[in-house]
Design a protein around this ligand. Structure first.
Ligand code: GLU
Length: 371
């Protein structure tokens, strides 16, 4: 079995569709493109796949309806999203109905996924919709999302959604054929990159399109994030009819990011990319090395400083030399860490006046950022 076929054999698939694809070269949504994509999703479903769609296009659709300028400011974008999201859903709903499928709208902000409880709740809703046979259509809740609670682009959102629903494949449909070695519009000798291995440097290519916010860099970031969590990702050209079938059949289409050989898993993906740390622990270089390179837990002896207000069970960022390199769930509150930092494990009981876990952050509750 070819590597491609293995990587794309997943039963549950997240398909992210960018605004550039949905516009089909026009100023608003192109209904024919949505109908074609819905037909492709329906074919995948008929072949036994479960598909979650992450769809951009709300701002694009609203902007056209309201006749807004090409580069609206934030408030206007949010107004455009309010008008456009219902148009976008109406178009998806109609396109899926033609194929006998029911579309379900899910709007998320980054805040919805930062708390583990809300994250799990969103997951339960997605699972229920899939069980019912609906096609979830996810978008960022642009109308209420402000900078602090924004995912920023639907690429990152789609990688998180893939982890959230246990998908094993993320297909990022854009209006380029995939990732190029250089900007193909300016360099005719730019070549399409067929695959990017985990950890392999990828060229910086392509800026954001006219309507989307992401650009190729954010696709690469999202694809890597997915791959590090064990989810294969393919960046492919959504304007090409039949692209989804080709990707799902494991044909050489676009750029493949194969899943990491030792994936971090969705829980660590949540920790690294969606959680919000309540505090920060500064650790020494030895502890950083033990955590990053040797998969160890963080012991009190490696902790140098504590900041923030947090309780046992909260998420904290781990920092060394001014750089946050990992996140983890801490076993002690901030005051207790303050009391035990720098101590040997054998000294803990006396310092705390009780028996306690030997690790400040256990290795199972730790996500180290990889470049
Ligand atoms: N959520 C935005 C929209 O629906 C698009 C964000 C993006 O382009 O990534 O218009």
């Amino acid at each position: 079995m070819s590597d491609r076929i293995r990587a794309t054999a997943a039963k549950r698939v997240v398909v992210k569709v960018g605004s550039g694809v949905l516009a089909g070269g026009r100023a608003g949504l192109d209904g024919a493109v949505l109908r074609r994509l819905a037909a492709e999703v329906a074919a995948a479903r008929a072949a036994g796949r479960e598909v979650i769609v992450v769809s951009s296009g709300a701002i694009l659709a609203g902007r056209e309806r309201l006749r807004l300028p090409e580069r609206p400011d934030t408030a206007l974008k949010q107004a455009a999203a309010a008008v456009g999201q219902s148009r976008l859903m109406r178009a998806w709903e109609a396109a899926f109905a033609r194929r006998g499928l029911v579309a379900a709208q899910i709007l998320l902000t980054a805040d919805d996924l930062r708390e583990r409880g809300r994250y799990l709740n969103a997951r339960a809703t997605l699972q229920a919709l899939l069980r019912l046979g609906a096609v979830p259509v996810v978008n960022e809740n642009d109308t209420v999302a402000v900078d602090e609670i924004k995912f920023g682009d639907n690429d990152g959102l789609s990688a998180l959604v893939a982890g959230l629903c246990g998908a094993r494949l993320l297909v990022l449909l854009t209006d380029h054929d995939g990732l190029y070695s250089d900007d193909p519009r300016r360099r005719p000798d730019a070549r399409l990159i067929a695959r990017v291995e985990p950890g392999e440097p990828a060229p910086r290519a392509g800026r954001a399109g006219r309507w989307g916010t992401g650009g190729m860099e954010s696709k690469v970031r999202a694809a890597r994030q997915a791959a590090s969590a064990g989810i294969a990702a393919v960046v492919a050209n959504g304007t090409r009819p039949g692209v989804l079938a080709a990707v799902l059949a494991g044909r050489e289409e676009g750029t493949l990011f194969p899943p990491a050989p030792r994936p971090a898993g969705p829980r660590r993906q949540w920790l690294a990319f969606a959680s919000r740390p309540k505090g920060r622990l500064t650790v020494d270089a030895g502890a950083r090395e033990a955590l990053s390179e040797r998969g160890r837990s963080l012991l009190p002896s490696g902790v140098r400083g504590v900041s923030g207000v947090f309780a046992a069970g909260d998420v904290v960022g781990l920092e060394e030399g001014g750089v946050e390199f990992a996140r983890g769930i801490v076993n002690f509150g901030a005051r207790e860490v303050e009391r035990i930092k720098g101590l040997k494990t054998s000294e803990l009981e006396a310092a705390l006046g009780r028996k306690a876990a030997g690790e400040v952050v256990h290795r199972d509750n730790l996500a180290v950022f990889r470049p």
